[in-house]
Write a protein that binds this ligand. Structure first.
Ligand SMILES: Nc1ncnc2c1ncn2[C@@H]1O[C@H](COP(=O)(O)OP(=O)(O)OP(=O)(O)O)[C@@H](O)[C@H]1O
Ligand SMILES: [Mg+2]
Length: 275
């Protein structure tokens, strides 16, 4: 291992060891709502008075920037090499590769080693001083980025696995649970997103992607089930406009569920400390 790599790894591990709570967000399949959930959990924790950071480990699709309204924010290193994260609503600190690209149409065509290097730098050189909760939004699947994240944060609180309810997504979630276990990480639980849609006019419920599969998979795999988030049209516009649904539309059923998930995760920390 080169000396530079070793130093970066050690800096990342040390920096993360100082953050009391680290939550990794993963999924077996793309487009199931990881970034939406990462960002909204971050805002929910911020509303609970926590200082929150988000590392966008999705280098090919860095959507955290858009969804936190920090797109276009340039991140510069200070003289000692510290990366100053962008600041979103509620003081949420964000580091995303989007802040380093000339514009949002520029693709990142990098192979594994370069991607791992960026993740090491985000974790190790970001200004995370004082952060209580770090959320790491991973790209879908079980490739280089989630592996690097899992290796650099061996003492994370665990992984939130997001799935949509249909069988094809559940198949991939089972794989994701096994991946998380292989990486010696804890599964905090499964969130079933995009779970049913209630017509805004008549209230009639339609299960566009089925419903209940995430809970069944959690039971079968013996991991906690964290909650079911309905399809919420407001979620799409909130994400597209970089606004936090949980803060701006607190009573939306999706917001209530996301806040409940954050509260339950926090309760889990407190229970562990009291044991
Ligand atoms: N509960 C929901 N209701 C309505 N729309 C949602 C919901 N959850 C996510 N979405 C929308 O679905 C799209 C995909 O969500 P998101 O980008 O969070 O998924 P992802 O798993 O991070 O995707 P990727 O795998 O590409 O990183 C976004 O437009 C988002 O606004
Ligand atoms: Mg995403």
């Amino acid at each position: 291992m080169s000396q530079k790599l070793e130093q970066e790894e050690s800096a990342a591990r040390t920096a993360m060891a100082d953050v009391p709570h680290k939550i990794l967000v993963m999924s077996g399949k793309g487009g199931v709502g990881k970034t939406t959930i990462s960002v909204n959990l971050a805002y929910a924790f911020a509303a609970m008075g926590k200082s929150v950071g988000i590392v966008d480990a999705d280098l090919h699709g860095p959507n955290v920037a858009l969804m936190t309204g920090t797109e276009g924010h340039r991140v510069y290193g200070s003289d000692d090499g510290t990366l100053m994260p962008a600041e979103a609503q509620g003081g949420v600190r964000v580091l995303s590769i989007a802040s380093f690209l000339p514009d949002s149409t520029v693709p990142v065509a990098w192979r594994g080693p370069r991607k791992s290097a960026i993740i090491r730098q985000f974790l190790g050189q970001g200004n995370w001083k004082g952060v209580d909760v770090m959320i790491v939004d991973c790209p879908p699947g079980t490739g280089d980025e989630p592996m690097t994240v899992a290796q650099l944060i061996p003492d994370s609180d665990g992984v939130v696995i997001v799935t949509s309810p249909q069988d094809v997504a559940l198949l991939d979630s089972r794989k994701c649970v096994n991946f998380v276990r292989d990486m010696d990480q804890r599964v905090l639980g499964i969130v079933e997103n995009l779970s049913g849609f209630a017509c805004p006019n008549c209230g009639h419920k339609v299960d566009l992607f089925k419903t209940g599969g995430g809970e069944r998979a959690a039971k079968e795999l013996d991991v906690p089930f964290l909650g079911r988030i309905p399809i919420a049209p407001a979620m799409v516009s909130a994400g597209d406009s970089g606004k936090p649904l949980v803060a701006d539309m607190k009573d939306d059923p999706a917001s209530l569920m996301l806040t409940e998930i954050a509260v339950n995760l926090e309760r889990g920390w407190n229970d562990n400390t009291n044991q």
